[in-house]
Design a protein. Structure first.
Ligand SMILES: NC(=O)c1ccc[n+]([C@@H]2O[C@H](COP(=O)([O-])OP(=O)(O)OC[C@H]3O[C@@H](n4cnc5c(N)ncnc54)[C@H](OP(=O)(O)O)[C@@H]3O)[C@@H](O)[C@H]2O)c1
Length: 249
């Protein structure tokens, strides 16, 4: 039998409108999951949903703003009935608001913590209830090697990403007996529009720190998510899988 199939599962991916989240959504759909694409940009989500459906997959665009914690429970209850039983949650949405500590405003700090950490907490709390009831669930959160190593200019982002790891380990302990796992994927530098736009000297400096000698691909992050979402990973919980070409060892 083919491994890592996700037929019959419904997945919800936050931040699915571009980058790593888009790659995750495409991969989950290719493995047979029905995928709810969730973020703020409904136009992009709808276009991606159409593309996935045209390729024979199943996808639904659903507007969700992680920065509005109070609205999240209502927005999740607004999912159509036949999409409401989410068995795979991928907490991927994330923002940065970089600055050195001495000049970092409270607003910069709060914006990153709100979206990356508080939003993830609320979505996970809401969707884990059904997972516990159904005795099956997979929660995968996208952190960063920065959450493990720190990064000058990203104290807010590193705090949020490290927070996701502590959050996940606690959730893993709480939910394991219900057959719900919670794990983290920690990407290193990933080839995205953002890293593509970097100056050549900056790119070269970053590359020098990566033993594999190249940036990662969004699809390589998605492959780790597929594994953790699969039945084959049922006994893996509370773990951090670094997908960083050895940047963090
Ligand atoms: N790229 C890297 O090198 C790298 C490395 C390590 C970790 N990561 C992490 O991987 C994840 C994805 O990164 P990426 O590079 O693909 O980022 P990206 O291209 O900037 O995409 C971020 C995604 O998050 C969504 N998002 C932002 N704010 C949101 C909000 N308030 N509510 C809902 N969705 C929101 C965006 O969708 P909308 O604009 O449609 O809302 C977008 O789809 C992030 O958590 C990031 O921290 C990235």
């Amino acid at each position: 039998m083919e491994m890592f199939r996700l037929d019959g599962r419904t997945a919800l991916v936050t931040g699915a409108s571009q980058g790593i989240g888009e790659a995750i959504a495409r991969r989950l759909a290719a493995q047979g999951a029905r995928v709810i694409l969730a973020s703020r940009n409904e136009g992009r989500l709808a276009a991606l949903a159409s593309e996935i459906e045209a390729g024979g997959g199943r996808a639904l665009a659903h507007r969700l703003d992680l920065a509005s914690a109070e609205e999240l429970p209502e927005r999740l209850k607004a999912l159509p009935d036949d999409w409401a039983e989410v068995g795979i949650l991928v907490n991927n949405a994330g923002v940065t608001a970089d600055g050195l500590l001495a000049r970092m405003s409270l607003e910069q700090w709060q914006r990153v913590i709100d979206t990356n950490l508080t939003g993830t907490f609320v979505v996970t709390r809401e969707l884990s209830r059904g997972m516990m009831r159904r005795r099956h669930g997979r929660i995968v959160s996208i952190s960063s090697v920065v959450g493990l190593m720190g990064n000058a200019g990203q104290a807010n982002y590193a705090a949020a990403k490290a927070g996701l790891i502590g959050f996940t380990k606690s959730v893993a302990r709480e939910l394991a007996s219900r057959n719900v796992t919670a794990n983290v994927v920690a990407p290193g530098f990933v080839e995205t529009a953002m890293t593509g736009a970097l100056a050549e000297t900056t790119r070269a400096r970053m590359l020098a720190d990566i033993p594999s000698g190249r940036f990662g691909l969004a699809d390589e992050m998605a492959a780790a998510v597929v594994y953790l979402a699969s039945d084959e990973a049922a006994y893996v919980t509370g773990q951090v899988i670094n997908v960083s070409g050895g940047l963090y060892i």
